[in-house]
Design a protein around this ligand. Sequence first.
Ligand SMILES: CC(C)(COP(=O)(O)OP(=O)(O)OC[C@H]1O[C@@H](n2cnc3c(N)ncnc32)[C@H](O)[C@@H]1OP(=O)(O)O)[C@@H](O)C(=O)NCCC(=O)NCCS
Length: 283
Amino acid sequence: MPVLYPHRPWPATPNGFMNVTIQRFDPRERSSTPFPDRVRILELELTPALAEWAETQAVLTPDEIARADRYAIERPRQQFLTVRTVLRLVLGARLGLAPQAVPLSVTPDGKPYLRDGADFHFNVSHTDGLGLIVTAPVPVGIDAEPLRPMPSADGLVERFFALAERVQYRQLPVEQKLPGFFKGWVCKEALLKGVGCGARGLEHCVMDMDPQTPARVLGLTGCAAAMGPHWSLQVWQPTERHLAALALQDHECISENRGLPSPVVCPHSPEERETSRGADQVA
Ligand SMILES: CC(C)(COP(=O)(O)OP(=O)(O)OC[C@H]1O[C@@H](n2cnc3c(N)ncnc32)[C@H](O)[C@@H]1OP(=O)(O)O)[C@@H](O)C(=O)NCCC(=O)NCCS
């Protein structure tokens, strides 16, 4: 495995940033209670053995099974199946429903949601052996990408990123371009998944592409602005091989009167980040 990031600018967990609980989760052990009373991220190691276990749970709906069967390649099929199974177990436990009865639906843009409404939000990502499931009291998006050499990075930025991102990326020193590319990519997708507009919003959100600075949103327009401008972002490395980002609607900043719990410190300034650092414990 090539060492792409000898300087390791990213933390191993997002806990220093806001009140996030993060845990390595093996659903076969069931030793924990992964309920979304606050922001909670479950990291799954997506192995063939876990996929076999997931199949034995038999909690997927016929539509989901048909969807899994449409994957032409076995590994992504298993990853979808495993993450969807664990998602159903987690949501079922939270809602007091059998996993098969969790009323999952999907928006026209592809965002899964709970049909009957719920007082929490969730999102998932699965890639290259890693699954992430996040639950939160506010809209949330999560994304992970495997870190790898990307000869096509410059071209992808020119094709898919917003003008301001392209300008910033072009000005990065050559050794910062690949970390900047991955940082921008995971932040963009996490944010777009939080808002729900998916790839439709690629050019409508501007992320800070500098890998040396804290992740932040620099601008939102069009569908990406549908839920307002206040989003917190954090990038971390759940494994040596993956970079991940969490996008969380900044509820303490905008919705003090909505009766939500108030665990999140708005991470707008370095001082505030510092104050919140260390306030959390890994569950
Ligand atoms: C969702 C999307 C934004 C990212 O998908 P991805 O990175 O390929 O895959 P991930 O595993 O991270 O995420 C997939 C999950 O996102 C969720 N998702 C899909 N569309 C979503 C949306 N509009 N909003 C929120 N979540 C969504 C689903 O739960 C999906 O998992 P599931 O199929 O098991 O239900 C996808 O729409 C996409 O098209 N990405 C590619 C965009 C692109 O070209 N980027 C290039 C930048 S260089």
